[in-house]
Write a protein that binds this ligand. Structure first.
Ligand code: NAD
Ligand code: DAU
Length: 347
């Protein structure tokens, strides 16, 4: 199985789940360019622990020749495609990389899959609820909701979804797509809301909440997402799309308050004041979608998946992980792991 973007947040959790917990018996070939968001140290122990069942290849999915070589050399029959530029704020400041990786990179992977001429059993594409745009106070996104993306990030993901579906309809490529809501959990790069708030709160730095903090996201613990992906890959109908969500709707401000309160209950802040006092309202994100919420009844009804973590239990586990892995945080923030990458992978 080719897994792209396996050194990122969800990819790391997925590869660990696949090898350590699931019934997958094959070999994982992890192709990752190692951008600022990719950290191969996350999976370094698998190289010894799983022998040739885990292979890492440093490559850019925008490099068509490199992608073709991987498919041929490792006789890829299954693809799980995570690699992407994933941060909305970065896409607003500098959209270029999003167009290249998310659209052109996906196109390259699809073309290489087409070249396998019938030997490809599945191309699973990981996508987002952001392709649907924004909801008002009520309602849920279903698989039939028309696409209406707001940011360069979500527009690039929408384009890649359309390409994947087009390759199914035009060339008969066996594909499945999952559109998932906001993930949180171990190994998330600390530019995203949950880890940023946990770490700032621990360090008594301001907690920057965009706008009035009333925007709503539907949070899902990352391992529940991994289980959903594997379920869809094994049992999902080819050509179909599945929504994945957490029934974890909450306003940003309430989530940040929850993080502050859990941290306060675990360890008193050095300044001995409630961490909620660190919350600072800042300028809103341009084009900020108001609300996301997923109807995942198709996945629940047809394939029997549902989330196992509640928002409370998942956030607590996540906080515990960041408390126990301060060294990981220091390394991804300091750029120290960049030198580790140079040493091991020569770039
Ligand atoms: P991430 O930013 O943590 O990781 C992305 C990974 O892709 C990194 O390892 C990076 O090095 C790699 N990468 C980037 N450009 C590449 C390229 N050109 N070639 C090869 N590798 C490249 O992202 P994430 O949060 O783990 O998200 C993974 C996927 O899931 C993305 O497709 C994203 O759109 C989707 N998704 C994310 C969420 C979420 O809440 N994080 C929710 C729904 C869907
Ligand atoms: O919905 C799925 C998407 O979730 C994925 O497709 C994206 O890859 C992933 O990054 C995430 O996008 P968001 O923009 O929703 O995630 P982020 O953590 O950046 O922001 C979550 C919410 O918190 C959003 O409403 C903006 C707000 N926010 C974010 C940051 C970083 C703040 O208020 N302050 C912040 O500092």
């Amino acid at each position: 199985m080719l897994v792209t973007g396996g050194c990122g947040f969800i990819g790391t959790n997925f590869i660990r789940y696949l090898l350590e917990e699931s019934d997958f018996e094959g070999r994982v070939v992890n192709v990752d360019k190692l951008t600022y968001a990719g950290n191969p140290e996350n999976l370094a122990d698998l190289e010894s622990g799983f022998g040739d069942r885990y292979v890492f290849v440093k490559a850019d999915i925008c490099d068509r020749d490199a992608v073709g070589r991987v498919y041929r050399e490792y006789e890829i029959d299954t693809v799980c495609h995570f690699a992407a530029e994933s941060h909305v704020d970065r896409s607003i400041v500098r959209p270029e990389d999003f167009i290249q990786t998310n659209i052109v990179g996906t196109f390259n992977l699809l073309e290489a899959a087409r070249d396998r001429e019938g030997r490809l059993e599945l191309f699973h594409h990981i996508s987002t609820d952001e392709v649907f745009g924004s909801l008002a106070e009520a309602g849920l996104f279903t698989e039939k909701t028309p696409y209406n993306p707001s940011s360069p990030y979500s527009a690039s993901k929408a384009a890649s979804d359309h390409l994947v579906r087009a390759y199914h309809r035009t060339y008969g490529l066996p594909v499945t797509i999952s559109n998932c809501s906001n993930n949180y959990g171990p190994y998330q790069f600390p530019e995203k809301l949950v880890p940023l708030m946990i770490l700032n709160a621990l360090e008594e730095k301001p907690l920057p909440v965009y706008g009035d903090g009333r925007n709503v996201r539907d949070w899902l613990y990352v391992l529940d997402h991994c289980r959903a992906i594997w379920t869809i890959m094994k049992e999902g109908k080819r050509g179909e799309t599945y929504n994945v969500g957490g029934r974890g709707e909450i306003e940003n401000i309430r989530l940040v308050e929850m993080i502050c309160d859990i941290l306060d209950s675990m360890e008193e802040s050095p300044g001995k004041r409630p961490r909620r006092e660190l919350i600072t309202f800042v300028k809103d994100r341009p084009g900020h979608d108001f609300r996301y919420a997923m109807d995942f009844s198709k996945l629940e009804r047809d394939l029997g998946w549902r989330p196992t973590e509640t928002l409370g239990s998942g956030i607590r586990k996540t906080i515990e992980w960041y408390l126990e892995n301060r060294q990981w945080v220091e390394r991804v923030r300091s750029g120290e792991y960049r030198s580790w990458i140079r040493e091991h992978y020569g770039a």
